[in-house]
Design a protein around this ligand. Sequence first.
Ligand SMILES: [Mg+2]
Length: 386
Amino acid sequence: MGAVAQAKRSLPVTIRQVEVIPVRIPFNSSFTIATSHSPTRESVDVLIVRVHSSEGVVGVGETQAWRRQGSSEVLENLAHLVTSLFEPALVGRSPFDVASIMSDLNAIAYNSLYAQAAVGDALYDLMGKLLDKPVHELIGGRSRDRIPVGFVASIMSSRDAMIDQIQAAYEKGYRHIRVKIGLDAEHDLENIRHLREHFGNKIVLRADANGGMSYETALPLLRKLEKYALEYVEQPVPGWDLEGMADLARNTGVVLSADESLTTDHSLIEIIRRRAAAMIQTKTGKNGGIHYTRQLWTIAHAGGIGIFPGNHPGTSIHTLSVAHLCAAWPHPLITGDFQQFSVEEITQDVVKYPVKVKDGYIEVPMAPGLGLELDEDRLRHLRIDN
Ligand SMILES: [Mg+2]
């Protein structure tokens, strides 16, 4: 550790202020998922949180208001929760007391995981910057050199456009392709048949229904999909229907993943107990940031459940959070697509050096904290509160 970092560490660093910056970030092209309200979306609402310390060092975290099944977040509510309830509980405390702080935030606003995610990840960024260490060194150290990532394709009305988009992703080096399904079972089946015919076994193919199907629709579709050798199908039925998930898992040859069904550690224990899925998708916004997501991974591993590192649409900030989680995780991971939106879909990032994918991999971030520098000009341009 350098002299500067040593000096910083010996000081009683405290949290001075918690700042919220609501931004709206347009996509390069619209994105469609199986959700009954506003399935086609042109932008994502993101809340950036800055935790200012007594040393002048600032930690940055992110969460999203991506309303869909299982999430009712609204940007103004997230910002209000952080400033009116969380900030008074944070000011004056050490950012290194992250476990105690996270426990208190959950007591203040029960299961407010989206808001807690931004604050908790900002604390990890701040701790790393104060210690001159990348976040993965604070949560177990480095377990891998680079992180493989995949690509997720929106529901598209034109099959040719879908094939063209995925072919372009393939040429960039992506080999794990997740397609959104769940609005029309016949359309989904035809799309997947065409993808297999076009790519053969050159890609690992997955599908995600976002809980958009009934059990009665999902069962025959999954049986027809068996011959296309999908790696898994994510959340065919609604998040609440764990019995339906378990029945589909028992009655088809398709591996199931839970996403909308997975919120807290309690929900994961229920998934494991009922054998409702063989794997889970975590997201830092949905699941409460680095602090709680790592707990979910630990429980999942103990329960024999595969882990897919994911994210809602967002910026490089939450992409970096997941990259550090992956870097520090010593056990196998399923190839996730947590970087997709910050790398491929958003028109502008809020950091000066956005995360990059090369040949289907992200390098483990090595700069202190999450390893980001906010772009103040872009933030001013994108913020929607002034
Ligand atoms: Mg999903």
